[in-house]
Every structure is written in C-alpha cells, then in structure tokens.
Write a protein that binds this ligand. Structure first.
Ligand code: NAD
Length: 458
C-alpha cells in the first residue's frame, strides 16, 4: 500500500468521489446488519442511538465532503509580499499517502468511518483497526469494506490479525487514534519512532457548569440526555456537574426525574443501552461503591448488582452527591451513566475547579447571564463547548472536533479532516518580471537601495 501510494500519489476528484460513494454504500447496504452487530457487541445498543449517533453522522459527513470536495482540492490563493510581485503563491493540498486509523468501541461505526471520510477525501489510502471489544462489528466492517474496496484503497484489519497488534508501529504517513489517554501515550510513542504524525482524539472528565442564572429544569433535562445517551459511554458526555450550592439538592432531583422520564426504571427498556463488557460494568460498580464508602450519597433506581439490571449489563442511572476529590469517581473519566453533582460557592470557584484539572474534551455551560458565560469561555480551555445544551458542538460539521492537552491534539470533521489528512504545500511561482536576481552578488551599491526599500516596507 505504501509503495502504491508513492507511485500513484494523487487520485483525482472523480476517483475520490467514487470512493466516498462506495463508502456510503458500505453503510447503506448493511444498515440493519450494522445495528445488529453493534447490539450483539454491547449486549444491547439502542437501535435509535446507532442510527442517529453513528449511521446518520457518517452519511452527513459523506454528503458534506462530496459537496465540497472540489473546492477543498483547489489550490488556494495566498497573498504575495510586495517585493516579490507579480509572482504568485498557492497553497496546494496533497494526499499524505497511507493513513492508519485506530478506533475505540463506543461509537464503533462513526469513529472508524468519520476519520476515514476525511482521509479518503484528501486522497489517501486508509487502513482501519477497529476495537477488539466490538468483534461482531469489526468482522462486518471488514467484510463490507472488502466487498467495495481494493485492499490497496481501504483495508480493515481483523481484531486478532497480526497487523492489528503492531499497528501503531507501522510507518504510516499519518496515524489517527481515538481512545483513552493511557493508550494514546503508547500510540504516540510508537508513532514517534517513525516520525509519523498523530492525531489524538482522547477523553477525560468533561464538566457541566450550571450558572446561578440557569433554568434548572431545562439544564436538568439536557444533562440527563447528554449523560445517558449510549449509557454514558460517550467521550464528550458531561462527566460531572458543578451547580450553585443552594440549588444542589433541587437540581439533582430534577436530573433524577428527567432520567426516569426518558429511560424509565425498567432495565429491559429498548432505548437504554447496555455497558459494553463485564469489566466495564464492574469498574462502574467499583466507582460507585468507593464513593459510597467514602461518604457520598448515592441516588439510583436499583442497585447495580440487581440481577434484573446486571443480567442485561444495564447500569442503573446513578447520581452521586457529596463527591470529593479523594473519590475515584472524581479522579478518572467515568464513561458510564454515573453523574457526580457537586456544589460550588460561586462562578469563580467553578472555573478554578475546572482549571485545576486536565484540559477537558468538552465543557458545558448553562445559564442566561452573558457576562458569566463569557467569563467561563475566556478563562477555561477545552476541546469544544456547547452553551445551554450538551454534545451538540460535536455535530456541527463546519466546526473542528478535537481535544487539547490531555484530551488530545489535532482535529477532524468536514474540511478540518480534509486538511488534517492533507499536506498543505506552499508553492511560490516566481515572476520573470521581478528583479530578485538583483540580490545576487556582487552586492555593490544596488543592494543598499534594495535594503532601503525593504526597511521601508517592514
Ligand atoms: P482504548 O484506548 O482502550 O482503545 C482504543 C483503541 O486502541 C482500540 O482499538 C484498542 O484495540 C487500541 N489499542 C489498545 N492498546 C493499543 C496499543 N498498545 N497500541 C495500539 N492500539 C492499541 O479506548 P476505548 O476503551 O476503546 O475507548 C474509550 C476511550 O476513548 C475513552 O477515554 C473515551 O473518552 C475515548 N474516546 C474519545 C473520543 C474522541 O473523539 N475524542 C471518542 C470516543 C472515545
């Protein structure tokens, strides 16, 4: 694949559009099979969530790229400094070559294919390594992609293949990793040995800040949804909530009521997604038990070891009041339907709380008072922000998706993905009418005149 990417470096617009169309048919021809495969991997995955948060997002990325690709591929004009006129500058996007994609399990379809769309649009060849936690999905993706693509165009590895094990050590032209910060470090290290550039889409603890000016009912509904979509197994889910001390109890009750209204209290509810593995279920049980043991108040419709819930690996939506920094639930990314709600004295304390931790992937702010909102926007740094809701900045196709610091580096989605997977090559077209040669030796007096001109202009 690497050799082919060098001998046939730049597929034209028609070829790229054809690849995008074929990628669309990979999903469109197998929609129901993908829903079934993902639900088999999770134990249960809400069919609506697979459709809305995975399949539709992939279709929308493909539609957008197809519509704009011609413009994206056109070399851009760049201004030329006066002393070089009438020369021209162009910024020419070129494929990097072979892009490797390592994906997590939580939105297995979207997080393998959305990066692939950017990479294919940019003219690259792509090798995808899905997560071993979603073997049914991975096998189906491999089969469906294999039917529509030559292996030298797009290849999906088996989760147990030899190539999957040493994937990050392959000499890719770019490596895109979505997953945990722990594995992200290993991947960056392995890629570094080849000087392979990496995009790291990581996770972390994304805060939701409730301002004193917020409508608590509205905030409670939106946070309940943001937290329970995919049973909290969402990289940009609100991890914990900071709420003015005096509203804490009332707010927690409102979130609890909203969670009950949306997903009920019956674990066989089709809309409520299972936890992906026994290990993750046990991890969440451990987080809640640790918080309880250290004195937090736990609000749950059932205990996680209730066989009705555990048999389906459905984790009861859980609120934690009185969480402290000593508790594991406030130290690691929760990645499940468990929501600590913490009281803060004022807005400054909420900002300080966020800034004392790793830079989050997402931040949510609820309220009406603009100055308080702008203060949080100005004083915190995060991958992205949604004001008065959760998650939706992610769905804005014209906005870049990506973390900062411990939540990742690099961006994709829409044109941002096209650019990430392109070499933007500056090209300078010298003009025969320009007197650049006057700079060459012997310098003599002419150089003094040029220097004077340059000083005037700088
Ligand atoms: P993970 O880090 O355990 O695994 C991610 C991928 O890396 C999997 O395909 C896995 O097989 C692979 N992997 C594991 N060890 C590897 C190694 N040594 N070298 C190369 N690859 C290796 O993450 P996960 O549990 O699948 O996903 C959950 C994490 O992903 C959470 O932290 C979540 O926040 C994050 N996430 C981030 C985004 C984002 O867009 N920023 C999206 C979804 C999930």
């Amino acid at each position: 694949m690497i050799v082919r990417s060098r001998s046939e470096p730049a597929p034209d617009l028609a070829e790229r559009l054809d690849r995008l169309a074929r990628l669309r048919s990979v999903v469109a021809d197998n929609e129901e099979r993908f829903r079934q495969a993902i639900t088999a991997d999770f134990g249960h995955r809400s069919a609506v969530e697979t459709t809305i948060a995975e399949i539709m997002l992939v279709f929308s990325e493909i539609r957008h790229a197809t519509k704009h690709l011609k413009t994206w591929m056109t070399p851009q004009r760049v201004a030329t400094a006066l002393q070089f006129l009438p020369a021209r500058n162009r910024l020419m996007p070129q494929p990097l070559g072979v892009v490797g994609i390592i994906a997590p399990w939580n939105y297995a379809l979207q997080l393998t294919l959305a990066p692939a769309i950017g990479a294919i649009a940019a003219g690259n060849r792509v090798i995808i390594k899905p997560s071993e936690l979603v073997p049914h999905f991975a096998a189906l993706l491999k089969e469906a992609v294999g039917e529509k693509f030559d292996a030298a165009e797009v290849l999906v590895t088996g989760v147990e293949d030899e190539i999957a094990t040493g994937f990050a050590s392959l000499p890719f032209d770019h490596l895109m990793f979505t997953g945990s910060a722990r594995v992200g470090r290993l991947v960056a290290e392995a890629a570094g040995r080849n000087l392979t550039p990496v995009t790291l889409e990581l996770g972390g603890k994304s805060p939701a800040i409730i301002d004193a000016s917020a409508d608590l009912d509205e905030a409670a509904e939106r946070i309940a949804y943001g937290k329970l979509l995919n049973a909290g197994q969402t990289c940009i889910a609100p991890d914990y909530v900071l709420v003015p001390e005096r509203s804490l109890q009332a707010f927690a009750e409102k979130v609890r009521a909203q969670m009950r209204r949306m997903f009920g209290t019956d674990p066989s509810n089709e809309d409520y997604t299972s936890i992906v593995s026994d290990r993750h279920y046990a991890r969440l049980e451990g987080l809640v038990a640790d918080a309880a043991q250290r004195g937090a108040k736990i609000l749950q419709p059932a205990k996680p070891d209730d066989p009705n819930w555990k048999a389906h690996r459905k984790f009861p939506p859980t609120l934690i009041l009185g969480a402290t920094e000593a508790m594991a639930v406030m130290q690691e990314e929760i990645f499940g339907p468990v929501l600590p709600v913490l009281g803060t004295r004022d807005a400054a304390e909420a900002i300080a709380f966020v800034n004392a931790r790793d830079r989050p992937l997402a931040l949510y702010w609820f309220g009406k008072e603009r100055s308080a909102r702008d203060e949080v926007l100005a004083r915190t740094v995060s991958g992205g922000v949604t004001i008065n809701d959760c998650l939706f900045h992610f769905t804005q196709i014209n906005q870049p998706m990506g973390g900062v610091g411990a939540s990742g580096s690099g961006v994709y989605h829409g044109e941002w993905g096209f650019r990430t997977f392109s070499k933007l090559k500056p090209v300078f077209y010298r003009s025969k009418f320009n007197r650049l040669a006057d700079l060459y030796p012997p310098y003599g007096g002419k150089i003094a005149r040029l220097e004077k001109l340059m000083r005037l202009m700088s």
